[in-house]
Design a protein around this ligand. Structure first.
Ligand SMILES: [Zn+2]
Length: 119
């Protein structure tokens, strides 16, 4: 039996899978966001002092910050794919040393090694 530990989950596959799930997350959050905006317009809330308006504003800012995070994550993943193509994937962007495989497994889009990230 041949063990294919590398090809079983190559960085490219891991990144692709992670990218797909982030895209799904962005789509779901965008739907949430549209739903919130739509319900706000139906109620006709234009005053954030109105309790309902405040709740909607809060929900909207929650969703917006999640969307922001997801988009940043997507950008990191895209960057990781570029690095993969350039042949620099898995190298720390700061010190140039290899990033520990366990870290890449946990965070495929990691750009720095653990010691640089901790700095
Ligand atoms: Zn480093």
């Amino acid at each position: 039996m041949v063990t294919e530990s590398f090809s079983a989950s190559s960085p490219a596959q891991t990144l692709r899978a992670e990218r797909a799930s982030v895209l799904e997350e962005i789509a779901a959050l965008t739907r949430d966001w549209e739903g919130i905006v739509e319900s706000a317009s139906q109620i006709g809330v234009d005053d954030e002092h109105d309790p309902e308006g405040a709740t909607i504003a809060f929900e909207r800012s929650q969703v917006e910050s999640l969307l922001d995070q997801a988009r940043r994550h997507l950008a990191d993943l895209d960057r990781a794919v570029e690095r993969l193509n350039e042949g620099t994937y898995g190298m720390c962007e700061r010190c140039g040393r290899p990033i520990a495989p366990e870290r890449l497994l946990a965070r495929p889009a990691a750009r720095t090694c653990i010691s640089c990230a901790a700095r």
